[in-house]
Write a protein that binds this ligand. Structure first.
Ligand SMILES: [Zn+2]
Length: 281
């Protein structure tokens, strides 16, 4: 999908395997900057390079022109095709320094954050060529400047990217969706990142990893408000549920997940970590 003269969005569908018969359909967005050379933001899950290359072909571009890939963070649906794209194009890989460990060692990531069906989503680690900190302004072509914004909470080195000339803000996984899986590392950092996104007036189009593009201020305000309200609701439920002694693992998590009206199958390390981050403040 073409958003502006040079900025395109490609939706990649995939499934999370929750059990033998239970698959959860999801999608993730890849952003393509089709300037004289090509920059990708995120790479989708394992195998997505074929869809990305096909999209480039449809737009009369060669995948050999991919010069760099910026990874918004380390999670498998964002880094899944990074290694093969680097191998096939010799591009540079950029990511926040705090995400480096899990991008450069996916076995460590799987040990510390075991997403169900992890190796179906990503199968190779990739080395980062440039570690970002946030605050950088990357001129990726003569009229495309990317401002890198550190936006922790979903993960510690999550990045948001402001496309300055095109007035587009990409927030990756920073804005939680109402009634979606609680999926963040730090509740208070995430609330603060949402405040920063809300205060940013330099964009007209909001892109996230898990919604279609939003073109109006009221749509983006509502998305952020819904995210904040959902986090506040989770906060109340965690405070009333995570008390006393836990007689079995993930019991408090399962109770909170059920109170949220979500399937108890979603009680796992990732949701438990998100919920427990509410207890840190
Ligand atoms: Zn993520």
């Amino acid at each position: 999908m073409k958003l502006t003269d040079k900025i395109h969005l490609l939706q990649i569908d995939f499934e999370i395997t929750l059990g033998p018969e239970k698959k959860l359909p999801r999608f993730v967005n890849v952003i393509l900057i089709l300037a004289d050379r090509i920059t990708l933001v995120d790479t989708g899950v394992k195998g997505s390079h074929e869809k990305i290359f096909e999209y480039l072909k449809q737009n009369n571009r060669e995948y050999h022109d991919i010069e760099r890939v910026i990874l918004s963070h380390s999670h498998p649906d964002h880094i899944g095709s990074a290694k093969i794209i680097k191998e096939l194009t010799n591009c540079e890989i950029l990511a926040h320094e705090l995400e480096a460990e899990w991008i450069e060692n996916i076995d460590l990531q799987n040990k510390e954050r075991p997403v169900p069906g992890f190796y179906n989503l990503v199968d190779q680690s990739v080395n980062i060529d440039y570690k970002l900190q946030g605050g950088e302004k990357l001129k990726v072509s003569k009229d495309v400047t990317l401002e890198i914004i550190h936006s922790p909470g979903h993960s510690k080195g999550s990045l948001n990217i402001l496309f300055k000339e095109d007035h587009i803000l990409f927030t990756a996984d920073s804005i939680p969706l109402k009634n979606d899986i609680p999926n963040y590392e730090n509740y208070s950092a995430l609330m603060n990142s949402l405040k920063i996104i809300k205060a940013n007036e330099l964009y007209n189009i909001l892109l996230t990893s898990w919604t279609p593009p939003l073109y109006t201020k009221s749509e983006t305000d509502n998305l952020i408000k819904d995210g904040e309200e959902y986090l506040n609701k989770i906060n109340r439920l965690v405070k009333e549920t995570y008390t006393g002694k836990e007689s079995e693992s993930f019991l408090f998590c399962r109770k909170t997940i059920e109170k949220l009206g979500l399937p108890s199958l979603l009680s796992n390390h990732i949701t438990d970590r998100a919920l427990r981050s509410h207890l840190l403040i």
